[in-house]
Design a binder for this molecule. Structure first.
Ligand code: NG1
Ligand code: ZN
Length: 545
């Protein structure tokens, strides 16, 4: 039997529901778990081909992040820990949608188009989140890999960023770190302890942090990490998965979109808290004040805190490196205003989805990128990293400069440069607050968010909406953008846009304006325009209470 006949035979054990079509979206495939088995098998095949092509280890993560527990998904991770390159997203879609009898033809086409040397030994690293469906789906991925005689390593339960880290470690021959969870904990905790040594007067109260684990993998991994932190951070875990459902009324997405604290968190006024999402690649911070008001510190506030800290250290170290911040259309207008006009840092806006932000951030000496939802990291260029490491051990420079360079060096080590990472971001934020001696309240008042609102509208086919200008303007359907423009004009400091989600079957609506009342009215009116002009289904959107 030829290799392809074998693939075909094995794939029959992972049958594709006839006629089902799915698309590789913002973060891979995502839908209800019970129709994903064939996709998983095929992503095992594709990862094997990608590994042969790049002559490097490729990652496959089984997760649906912040989606409900009954969903699942899969995405591929490229050699340097980044999202798979766009051309291969296209292959992923083709493979996932090929009917059984056409599967091998599609495979052969990819091999031919990419001139893949099939004698090259492939290596695929696999990880999964805590969803009940993830274990069996990850076995389908392994089946796909083995049917092309690929070598795989199953990391089992890991956070998405941990798998990205493993891929990067493996492909740098350990240069980035050791490709084990222990290696990950050791690297991050060492850098964190190095940094917090510079804030010796931290009280136990300041070291205390409440963490909402979204009932997911992040909670499990935070517990494993605890011992490595040597009480320099005292984490109290909530929504640790022992009882509640994944992402249900908890987690970073819930907190960000609902603008309220998760359920099951016992927080005193002023207490610093944070939430991870279901696969621990996003984080948001928050607290309630003595009047009971909820304050959210999202990805925009995180980007501001980190970029300010980096700029200060660079100045103290006398290093002339450019810091830029990459945002998306969801960034609060106040944050962009503050970064550009007060901080004087370069800000650029890309389409939603980490791959776009990551790519843009690579253009700068130091690129800080965060989605407003709390997904982000910092990328240091080779040049920046070399200059920092050199200065940190330069005996001829002043103590002040060397000290600043050492802080920067530990910061580089603490950040997961492969992708946004809730655990790594949390440690960095905690270290920055400690070093600067500021509270979560001091951080919060750096600027005030414009009131904003995110809504979802169900339509028959969300692809009818096409956008331009980093998704800030709708090109189709006809008349939609004009309606939005006319609505926005009625409010002060207002802005609104709509785009089809890449992870859910909905159109997302975003609005901001000078008051919550105005923004709620604007968001509702824009939702109605989408419903009427883009083929809304079900009941008409109702005004917000
Ligand atoms: P979609 O569903 O395309 O809006 C969401 C997030 C993205 C990104 C992906 C992947 C918002 C508005 N969108 O994408 O930023 O994080 O999920 O998880 O938060
Ligand atoms: Zn996530």
């Amino acid at each position: 039997m030829t290799r392809f006949e074998e693939v075909s035979q094995k794939s029959a054990l992972h049958p594709k529901p006839k006629g089902l079509t799915l698309q590789y979206g913002t973060a891979g495939f995502r839908t209800t778990a019970n129709i994903l088995d064939h996709v998983m098998f095929r992503m095992g095949l594709l990862a094997t081909l990608r590994s042969k092509k790049t002559k490097a280890a490729i990652g496959v993560m089984v997760t649906a992040s912040h989606n409900p527990e009954e969903d699942n998904g899969v995405k591929l991770i490229d050699p340097m820990g980044e999202m798979v390159t766009p051309a291969w997203e296209g292959y992923a879609t083709q493979l996932a949608n090929a009917e059984q009898d056409a599967l091998c033809t599609v495979l052969k086409e990819i091999i031919k188009k990419e001139s893949i040397d099939m004698s090259q030994a492939p290596s695929v690293l696999i990880g999964r989140d805590t969803r009940p469906s993830s274990e069996i789906l990850s076995r389908a991925v392994l089946d796909g890999v083995s049917s092309l005689e690929g070598h795989s390593q199953d990391f089992g339960l890991v956070t998405t960023p941990q798998l990205h880290y493993m891929v990067l470690c493996r492909n740098t021959n350990g240069g980035y770190g050791t490709a084990t969870t222990q290696g990950y904990y050791e690297k991050l905790s060492k850098a964190f302890i190095e940094l917090t040594k510079n804030a010796a007067k931290r009280t136990d109260d300041q070291k205390r942090l409440l963490v909402d684990g979204a009932n997911g993998i992040g909670a499990l991994k935070m517990r494993e990490m605890d011992a490595f932190l040597k009480s320099e951070l005292q984490v109290e875990l909530f929504n640790d998965g022992s009882s509640g459902r994944l992402n249900h009324q908890c987690g970073a997405d819930y907190v960000k979109v609902q603008q309220k604290a998760p359920q099951g968190m016992h927080m005193d006024p002023g207490q610093r808290c944070c939430s991870f999402d279901g696969d621990a690649d996003r984080i948001v911070y928050y607290y309630t004040d003595s009047a009971g008001h909820f304050h959210l510190l999202d990805g925009d506030k995180i980007a501001t805190l980190i970029s300010t800290y980096l700029k200060e250290l660079l100045t103290r170290a006398g290093l002339n490196l450019q810091v830029a911040v990459v945002q998306t259309a969801y960034a609060n207008g106040s944050s962009t205003q503050y970064l550009e006009h007060v901080m004087k840092v370069t800000v650029c806006c890309t389409k939603t989805g980490v791959k776009h932000l990551h790519h843009a951030a690579q253009e700068f000496d130091i690129g800080v990128y965060f989605e407003a939802n709390g997904h982000g990291t910092v990328l240091f260029s080779k040049k920046a990293e070399e200059q920092i490491r050199k200065l940190a051990k330069d005996p001829d420079t002043s103590d002040e400069k060397r000290h600043a360079a050492k802080l920067l060096e530990s910061t580089v080590n603490l950040i997961n440069q492969a992708t946004g990472d809730a655990i790594s971001d949390m440690l960095l934020i905690e270290a920055v607050l400690a070093i600067r001696g500021i509270s979560v309240q001091d951080w919060d008042v750096i600027y005030t968010d414009l009131p904003n609102r995110q809504l979802k509208v169900k339509v028959a086919d969300r692809r009818v909406i096409d956008t331009t200008d980093a998704e800030r303007r709708a090109v189709t359907p006809a008349g939609l953008q004009d309606s939005i423009d006319a609505l926005v004009k009625k409010y002060k400091q207002a802005r609104a846009f709509v785009r089809p989600s890449g992870t859910e079957d909905v159109v997302r609506v975003y609005a901001e304006a000078d008051t919550q009342e105005s923004v709620d009215a604007l968001a509702h009116q824009v939702s109605l325009a989408v419903y009427r002009l883009a083929g809304g289904v079900g009941d008409e959107p109702k005004p917000l209470k």
